[in-house]
Design a protein around this ligand. Structure first.
Ligand code: CP
Length: 312
């Protein structure tokens, strides 16, 4: 069963069976990554274009590695060196990429909905690598993969997501995915950083972090988007850290075997203390590694591969 068809634009509306099938396929991809020669011919002859209109380390590099491990040809475009700076529209960019023979386009863009627009006009598959405040589906998938890998399951786990939920596409994708998979999601943020109506997604909303993390199986910290501090959403970074930062004392309120997650890049000493980020409960580096496996899985599925076996 092919679980995603032409594009992966978001996790909203993606069902439990579909998510499970992607996560299962990513297990096979992680096995490929563990081989001495990390390469399968699955995407030989396919061209993957990585278009990043915003900075990225983890997502950009892992998409490129994922495509290379699957034997695709890869091309990277940064906004600053593309014809976008000359005013080329998304529609004309799509036509151009099509004429150049792109099979799959990975797009990160500051505007929510940009990947949807590209998918509508381009005759190639589109993978959303983060669009504005909307979504970051492969981050949500790699986070669920990491939780399932460590805990063995997702259903019934208590997941606390803490930080700037208003601006977080990572949080949105995780909420959609985790709720679908049967996890119980708590969110915690200052009232100025909580989107209106978030409780309608099925999450429990908290303003007090000590209460939010109590007994949690997973504590997922979000990046404090320092570039948005001029909006005055919080009095000071020191105050934010005091009320919403994860430190050893707060982590002790969570379940004994609670896992600490962060999508990166981290602001050490703001939303997370360095000893917790580097501590034994942290799976932050595993998240990065697993990003490659999950992106291999979605590239493979969008390129038309079935999810049964990865060719040797
Ligand atoms: N998590 C994440 O999207 O990181 P990058 O911005 O480095 O890709």
């Amino acid at each position: 069963m092919a679980v995603i068809k032409k594009d992966l634009l978001g996790l909203e509306g993606v069902g439990q069976d579909e998510l499970t099938e992607i996560l299962d396929l990513a297990v096979s991809m992680k096995e490929v990554m563990g081989r001495q020669i990390k390469k399968v011919p699955a995407l030989r002859g396919k061209t993957v274009v990585n278009m990043f209109y915003e900075p990225s380390t983890r997502t950009r590099v892992s998409f490129e590695l994922a495509a290379k491990y699957l034997s695709a040809d890869t091309v990277n475009i940064a906004a600053s060196t593309s014809s976008a700076v000359k005013g080329e529209s998304m529609r004309d960019t799509a036509t151009t990429l099509e004429a150049l023979g792109a099979d799959l386009v990975v797009l990160r863009h500051p505007m929510a909905g940009a990947p949807h627009l590209l998918a509508k006009v381009g005759n190639f598959g589109v993978l959303n690598a983060g669009d504005g405040f909307h979504g970051h589906p492969t981050q949500g998938l790699l986070d669920m993969f990491t939780i399932r890998e460590k805990k063995g399951y997702l259903k019934g786990l208590e997941v606390a997501i803490v930080g700037d939920l208003l601006h977080s596409r990572v949080a949105r994708s995780n909420i959609w995915g985790l709720i679908t998979m049967g996890a119980s999601v708590r969110v915690c943020a200052p009232p100025t950083m909580l989107p209106i109506g978030l409780e309608r997604t099925g999450v429990k909303v908290f303003n007090n972090m000590d209460v939010a993390v109590e007994g949690a199986d997973i504590v997922m910290m979000l990046r404090m988007q320092l570039e948005r501090q001029q909006q005055g959403l919080f009095p000071s970074i020191r105050e934010y850290n005091r009320l919403f930062g994860l430190n050893k004392e707060r982590l002790a309120l969570a379940a004994k075997d609670a896992m600490v997650m962060h999508p990166g890049p981290m602001n050490r000493g703001v939303e997370i203390s360095p000893d917790v980020a580097d501590g034994v409960q942290s799976v932050i580096n595993d998240q990065v590694t697993n990003g490659v496996a999950v992106r291999m899985a979605v590239l493979y599925l969008l390129a038309g591969g079935g999810s049964s076996e990865v060719d040797n």
